[in-house]
Design a protein around this ligand. Structure first.
Ligand code: AOF
Length: 229
């Protein structure tokens, strides 16, 4: 059977949270929530995807490298969703010598001089339409990535990007690492989805639950009850 040419890349949301659903403390401290075995597994998952994606807030807070280092395998394309291009030139994704494997997804609100600077560093700046909130239109981003041959995307966060993918029904799979820790107040993994009764809850279809080191991994396909069958 041939591949559907218009199919959007498969999107997997993958993140580590505490038992009480936090990605980080209220001050943004998140390294590390998961145990070493889960970190290895996260790198294995990166290697199985064509692209790994984060929001610019995560870049500014964590300065991730988004490479495969703890497992064998190829580095995926790195994609930063960054409507006004706030990624600093010193960020690892622009300064580690592999900026040619970094896409900055921006809107028309990204100042020209910042775009030129990122391109001089070797990054690909992808100018995309904005949504009603002035942020990058995620569907347009997925279409643009598909045109570049990307068939699978692993979205690592942060909370705003995770929430947007769920709200727009653009996430296909969830792979959540739950660490046996409690933080109380902190950054919640998933924000407002506009669900007012339990019948509207997003579900994981046939989820798998496995233990990884001291963490619990929950994975499955996301079912959106409001979507037409
Ligand atoms: N805090 C947290 C994760 N955070 C994710 O890992 C990124 C760091 O990537 P890198 O610099 O390549 O190691 C970070 O920006 C965020 O996307 N991942 C996990 O498996 N477990 C954790 O506890």
């Amino acid at each position: 059977m041939g591949e559907e040419p218009n199919r959007l890349p498969t999107v997997t949301l993958s993140y580590a949270q505490t038992l009480d659903g936090r990605l980080a403390t209220a001050t943004g401290s998140s390294q590390w929530i998961s145990c070493k075995s889960s970190l290895v597994r996260a790198h294995e998952l990166r290697a199985r995807h064509d692209a790994v994606m984060v929001g610019v807030g995560t870049v500014c807070r964590d300065d991730p490298r988004l490479t495969v280092r703890l497992a064998p395998g190829k580095n995926p394309l790195r994609v930063v969703v960054d409507s006004t291009l706030r990624t600093p030139p010193s960020a690892a994704v622009l300064s580690d010598g592999a900026a040619g494997r970094t896409v900055l997804a921006v809107t028309g609100r990204a100042p020209r001089e910042r775009r030129a600077r990122a391109e001089r560093l070797g990054a690909h700046v992808l100018r995309l339409p904005e949504n009603a909130e002035g942020r990058v239109d995620l569907r347009a981003l997925l279409v643009a990535l598909r045109e570049r041959g990307i068939r699978s995307v692993m979205v690592e966060g942060g909370a705003a990007l995770i929430t947007s993918f769920l709200r727009e029904h653009l996430a296909d799979r969830l792979a959540v690492c739950v660490a046996p820790k409690l933080l109380g107040c902190g950054i919640e993994a998933v924000g407002e989805l506009g669900i007012h009764d339990l019948g509207g809850a997003l579900l994981l279809e046939e989820p798998s639950v496995t233990v990884c080191g001291t963490d619990i991994l929950v994975e499955g396909e996301i079912y959106y009850p409001d979507d037409p069958a």
